[in-house]
Ligand binder design. Sequence first.
Ligand code: FER
Length: 181
Amino acid sequence: MDDLNGNHSKMFLNANVTISSEKDQDEEALVDSTLVPLVGKRLIYMYENGWEYEVYYKNKSSIDYKVLKGMVAGRCVNNQIIHMRRVSAMSEMFMVNWTEPTGTCVCQVVDLDRRSMQSVIFFPHWVVDNPSKTVLFQNDHLPIIATYRDVGPTYPIRVVNESGFIHTILNSVLDNERHMS
Ligand code: FER
């Protein structure tokens, strides 16, 4: 939100705040205060197509999640690196983007005020053909997943555009390793 002079809105220039006292010196513990409403939260939501996910926003740059219902129910992922930013200073709305080791790309718009999840998922063709190959605790199978991804085919990519309702919002601390392992 630049004004006519190109000055960035003060709403987005808050100082960093330290969340975890154990990790004061650790950069991971520094969270842009605009992200505080989302980091540390666990959400459970269902898209209109019936796919249900549980996600833990572990810190500003990683999530853990599992798929509860849908095409890849049972899939579980820890420490997925993500990019997160707040898209509105006035409401608790965030954009979260990432690429999976499978090659799948996800863009989420998380609206905590309205409990809405708007997402686009870009599935490579090999996942559409063989979704069950991704139904595992992915962190234990990263080399085979990388092989599947590299063999492909990537194209045509299936674009899944979904809205969902966040039916559960739980507060947690940052960097809890126990929620979804
Ligand atoms: C989501 C939509 C899709 C999500 C994860 C995916 C954690 C991942 C899909 C896949 O890799 O199969 O909202 O949230």
